[in-house]
Ligand binder design. Structure first.
Ligand code: URA
Length: 237
């Protein structure tokens, strides 16, 4: 695991990180799981740091995606089956219920997919591409490719950064139009305004995140956030 020896001590005057369990905005947080496990929080600090290189950033995002998947799948349906171990007959539990589909919101969502597939190897993967119309600022779809039986699957939508919430809301709208009835949304950092907007538009969709940041800047970036997740994953800036 990475050590933190290269990370400088906290400077005075720099705001402290938001407490993941901050109870001040509980209405916004109902239906939101903040994974405050020490391993996750340690890795979140490393991905936030501007000193983290592209290869480390990509590996850390993959590791965080696995730890978030562990929590996002905590309530999957199970059934008991009969098996034989080399020693005795027994009964044991396996996953049952709906099959899974992971849906990546392009392009940063792709940074989550391989780590999630490590844990959910039988899951299908869909992709949604959205861009923001420069005049209306509304998300416009340019790509939508899903498995044919998407409406029968439980869908986990992924995008590392939940900023304004507009893309997330548009993606969930589109998936519901395609017949999907069971969804979760998994991100690495959520802004509080984005969380509020997504919860209001899709109160039936549970959200799993590693961190909640309070604000967005004038360019729509989460503050303090981690910068542009796509650029940092793919080294494009
Ligand atoms: N998308 C990003 O990659 N980063 C942000 O801070 C907001 C949106």
């Amino acid at each position: 695991m990475n050590d933190m020896s290269a990370v400088p001590a906290v400077e005075s005057g720099v705001p402290e990180p938001a407490d993941p369990a901050d109870a001040a905005d509980l209405a916004c947080l109902s239906g939101v799981m903040v994974v405050d496990h020490p391993l996750v929080q340690h890795k979140v600090t490393l991905v936030r740091s501007e000193d983290t290189t592209t290869d480390n950033f990509r590996r850390l995002v993959r590791e965080i995606s696995q730890l978030l998947t562990y929590e996002a799948t905590r309530d999957l349906a199970m059934e008991t089956i009969a098996i034989r171990t080399p020693i005795a007959a027994t009964q044991s539990r396996v996953l049952s219920g709906k099959k899974l589909c992971l849906v990546s919101i392009l392009r940063a969502g792709n940074g989550f997919i391989d780590g999630m597939l490590d844990l959910l190897p039988a899951a299908r993967v869909g992709h949604i591409g959205l861009y923001r119309d420069p005049e209306t600022l509304e998300p416009i779809e340019y790509y939508f490719k899903m498995p044919e039986d998407i409406q029968e699957r439980m869908v986990i939508v992924v995008d590392p950064m939940l900023a304004t919430g507009n893309s997330a809301i548009a993606a969930l709208n589109r998936l519901k139009e395609a017949g999907v009835t069971t969804m979760k949304y998994v991100c690495l950092i959520a802004s509080r305004p984005g969380l509020r907007a997504l919860r209001a538009a899709h109160p039936d969709v549970g959200i799993v995140t590693a961190a909640i940041d309070d604000t967005l800047n004038e360019h729509g970036y989460i503050v303090p956030g981690l910068g542009d997740a796509g650029d940092r994953l793919y080294g494009t800036r």
